[in-house]
Design a protein around this ligand. Structure first.
Ligand SMILES: [Zn+2]
Length: 492
């Protein structure tokens, strides 16, 4: 059995400044840069990703993987059409070379938007389908933040979305997808699809599956997956910062040969989610309130989740609003991770370890994440910025922050980096000599993912209300392409 595998992954924040060029997918600074052919198997074997799951099942069941291309840069603005076409052409060309294949196993995100395509994955899957023909099964994994469309469900036989947010089950879902593909090729199952959209647009914090109401939705989904005749069910929270018609929540259910069962199941879950909508209302904490709480309690670490500047959702990661407030409050034992500012990093490195220097820090990408701050501080540490995730999410994946500096202003430590990185794994700090358990306040440019690793050590967690292109309050955005009516934007 020979299975083609690959992935072009991007989560597109259409509100973010600027477009995403090819360089973001292939360059050295890319989070998971373009890998071709065998490089993919070498890089992802045993790594907590969907592709890592595919490789594990291939080893177990003894099927051959024909690796195409795979790339997953840090989320950012609209993907330039040329970049997408180049990558899609490359993938299709590799697929043609790999044929004949018995099946296709893709690792996709599901919220990629290009200059000309609202639904890039729908287009890519259709291209893969027309290359392999109608009879070769195509199975793809998707992120929980996929904006799933009818075009995606039409082109692929099976979609397997991550169940969890934080995404701690990427590898597990990869394993599930690969097993479903093997069973389909072997004729043991005949997957059919049901699909339902829920007209709800929900910001990241309320999509966290560790707490209700998403916890309850996940429990229902997993319960339904044990029913006879059901192969797999995906509930996608959607990515609200892609302004496209099909943004928002959706359900895909796969049954074994029974189309009515698949459709009824998808609609049952969609109705349940809709009935819970009031429980999905957002609560954010004013920044100063959260800082005051930490200082008064004196018990740390208190985590400030600055989701509005989360690079993992396309924000610039150089926002200064939280940093400025911590410095003003003279917050003791505070750490801010991270501010991506290659210019400030270069100046700090030029000044050298142990020196006092005045830097213009952050706020340089746009005017929506605070202003650049003139800060005088101490260069405590300089690093190459490389670490490997040790926490439960994407375990084993190497991460490159670029050259990095710990810059200390008063009692506030600022992690300055060259790359935009979501510091969801504690290794981001520990690799720089910062012990998270010893800090009173830790401000993270992360919406929810940090909970996987920090959940157990946090004395308290606040989702703070700061400005930005990843602020979770969807009522603050001017949607132009989204279908309406949509809760909670409209009175429905
Ligand atoms: Zn996601």
């Amino acid at each position: 059995m020979r299975i083609a595998t690959g992935g072009i992954l991007h989560e597109t924040n259409t509100f973010a400044e600027g477009t995403t060029p090819l360089e973001a997918f292939v360059g050295e600074g890319s989070r998971q840069k373009l890998l071709v052919g065998e490089e993919i198997l070498k890089a992802f074997s045993g790594v907590g990703t969907a592709t890592g799951g595919f490789i594990a099942v291939a080893d177990e069941l003894g099927f051959e993987l024909a690796p195409l291309i795979r790339t997953f840069p840090q989320p950012s603005g609209i993907v330039e059409q040329d970049a997408y076409e180049h990558l899609a052409d490359m993938m299709i060309e590799k697929l043609e070379q790999a044929m004949p294949v018995d099946g296709v196993l893709l690792d996709l995100h599901g919220a990629m938007v290009t200059e000309e395509l609202e639904d890039a994955e729908g287009d890519l899957l259709a291209r893969v389908r027309s290359t392999v023909g109608p009879d070769i099964p195509i199975v793809t994994t998707l992120d929980l933040h996929a904006n799933i469309t009818p075009a995606m469900t039409a082109a692929a036989d099976v979609l397997v979305g991550y169940d969890t947010y934080p995404h701690v089950d990427c590898m597990e879902r990869g394993v599930e997808a690969a097993r479903i593909l093997a069973d389909t090729i072997g004729g043991r199952i005949r997957p059919v699809s049901g699909f339902a959209q829920v007209d709800m647009l929900i910001g990241p914090p309320k999509q966290c599956t560790l707490v209700s109401p998403m916890k309850d939705v996940l429990e229902l989904v997993q319960d339904i997956e044990t029913r006879p005749g059901i192969i797999s069910v995906t509930f996608a929270g959607g990515f609200p910062f892609s302004d496209i018609r099909d943004a928002g929540m959706s359900v895909v259910a796969h049954a074994d040969g029974d189309e009515a069962l698949a459709q009824d199941t998808a609609e049952e879950i969609a109705k349940y989610v809709w009935s819970l909508r009031e429980a999905f209302r957002l609560e954010l904490t004013p920044l100063h309130e959260a800082i005051r709480f930490a200082i008064e309690s004196g018990e740390g670490p208190v985590i400030l989740a600055d989701g509005s500047d989360n690079p993992g959702g396309g924000a610039p990661c150089d926002g200064t609003v939280m940093l400025e407030a911590l410095i003003e409050a003279e917050a003791p034992r505070a750490t801010v991770a991270i501010i991506a500012d290659p210019e400030a990093v270069a100046e700090a490195i030029a000044a050298g370890v142990g020196s006092q220097v005045t830097l213009k820090v952050g706020g340089k990408t746009d005017n929506r994440h605070g202003r650049p701050l003139g800060l005088t501080g101490y260069v405590k540490l300089i690093s190459d910025g490389n670490y490997v995730n040790r926490g439960p999410m994407m375990t084993g994946l190497p991460t490159a922050m670029g050259r990095s500096v710990v810059f200390v202003v008063g009692e506030v430590e600022v992690v300055l980096t060259e790359q935009r990185i979501q510091p969801f794994d504690m290794e981001a700090l520990r690799s720089l000599g910062i012990e998270p358990t010893q800090r009173l306040l830790i401000g993270l440019k992360s919406a929810v993912h940090f909970r996987a690793d920090y959940g157990d050590i946090a004395a308290e967690i606040f989702e703070i209300d700061t400005p930005g292109v990843h602020n979770p309050d969807v009522t603050r955005y001017d949607y132009k392409h989204l279908r309406r009516p949509m809760w909670p934007l409209d009175d429905v």
